[in-house]
Design a protein around this ligand. Structure first.
Ligand code: 5GP
Length: 199
């Protein structure tokens, strides 16, 4: 479980897309959310959109690996699909906030790698949020406040990468993924392989 968190506007979506395109065995974990669908979003692909009652039902059925309230809406990682995928050797990329990251880590410490992306400066973050052109000044101000609060959780992560250049940041995140895959504890089948080598 490869977790990528960042304040909004730090380039997480771009880095996620590049990672998914480059890494065959990495699949996006699609979250359930109660927030309204944004233009261009596809139900079942970007998120599984749900009403509050449906979300609460899943919570009651222990249907989430983690869930949290973010910006007044509920977001959660559906358990069944992720658990089945992990069992089959599938790696997952998670775009979740610090609260969800903490829950995943508490649940499955050894299977979780936590990466936090930071913007090079607050000015750069603000300009990225402005350049999206989709939100009002009020919404941007709200996001800036939340970004500062999200940034304050940087120390709950294993790796921190400053995204001052997309290609450089992508390369670093990819190196983290590759190195974590090479951990002895994550290389299933290694015992038999080595036995074959020495017998
Ligand atoms: P957005 O509404 O802009 O897509 O996402 C808002 C925030 O919710 C982002 O910081 C994103 O990482 C977080 N988020 C998305 N899905 C989940 C989830 O399943 N669990 C948690 N804890 N956070 C999520």
């Amino acid at each position: 479980m490869f977790v990528l968190s960042s304040p909004s506007g730090a380039g997480k979506t771009t880095i996620s897309r590049k990672l998914l395109a480059a890494e065959q065995n990495l699949r996006m974990s699609v979250s359930v959310t109660t927030r309204p669908m944004r233009p261009g979003e596809v139900d079942g692909k970007d998120y599984i959109f749900s009403d509050r009652a449906g979300f609460e039902q899943r919570v009651a059925q222990d249907g989430f690996l983690e869930w949290a309230e973010v910006f007044g809406n509920h977001y959660g990682t559906p358990r069944a699909e992720i658990e089945a995928g992990l069992e089959a050797g599938q790696d997952f990329l998670f775009d979740i906030d610090w609260q969800g990251t903490q829950q995943l880590y508490q649940r499955a410490e050894k299977d979780v790698v936590r990466v936090f992306l930071l913007p090079p400066s607050i000015a750069a973050l603000e300009s990225r949020l402005r350049n999206r052109g989709t939100d009002s000044a009020e919404v941007i101000a709200g996001r800036m406040a939340r970004a500062r609060s999200e940034i304050s959780h940087w120390d709950g992560y294993d790796y921190v990468v400053v995204n001052d250049d997309i290609e450089g940041c992508f390369a670093k995140v990819r190196i983290i993924l590759e190195a974590e895959r090479l951990r002895r504890s994550r290389q299933t089948g290694l015992v038999d392989f080595v036995r074959g080598l020495v017998s």
